[in-house]
Design a binder for this molecule. Sequence first.
Ligand code: SF4
Length: 283
Amino acid sequence: MASEMSLHHYGKPLVCTYSGGKDSDVMLELFRRSGIPFEVHNSHTTADAPQTVRHIRETFYRMELEGIPCEIQMPTYKGERTSMWKLIPKKLMPPTKFVRYCCEVLKENSVKNRYIATGVRWSESTKRKSRGEFEKIGKTRKDVENFSTVMLLEDNTSKRRMTELCMQKNTMVVNPIIDWTYTEIWEFIRSEGIEVCDLYDCGYDRVGCIGCPMAGKKRYREFADFPAYKKLYLHAFDRMLKERTRRGKESTWSSAEEVFLWWMEDNNIPGQLSIEDFPEVMP
Ligand code: SF4
């Protein structure tokens, strides 16, 4: 139905948005089997792990051999190419759970005036039964008139619906696997032999941006596995502090390291030594 509506209203095929994660791989496989015309789109976040970027490129290569149009879109901000590391100094603060400006710029800004499909799924909640089947998404309260919560397209909450409308971007959204459980996703992947990102074999249960504030304490492992990304964040925080000073903004942080600890919700004092720094005294 979404495909028919896309062809009818937009005059173009449905867009399968693809992040390189397992849910995207399942959705892409359903698209392949459906027989509908579709395009695949990935927003390059600049903070994805190398394994995720490689998986996206390999998947797109296979899709294009099947004649399916695929696009990897580089992010822009105010008309210029951008990245997570450029955005942080511009926004004067690190992205947080509550201020996810990065998602808005790096992931959500790309497909406009189209009917798109996302791989979001409901989190376990009984609240999902309490709302209707159709929902509006937007950035401001005005955008989502008569709807009390503002969300981003990436959000996996119980408030998501099978079919949605983004007022800001004139975009319609269908979430075909919204009611799939975690177990159903993995059973489908295993039984159908679907290739997924290598990171899942390394014990990761999500493969989004390294250091995503939504990942909470899981970021400690991410930065242990990908120390170069920690350096990129520290450099970005350093440039952010300089930019704050240049613009006359007060800061409670005195160094990039302090910003990093605050951002990681780590209560240690900067420079404090950890017992792990002295393996010779470890039992
Ligand atoms: S997934 Fe996380 S880190 Fe990546 S753009 Fe979205 S909020 Fe930011």
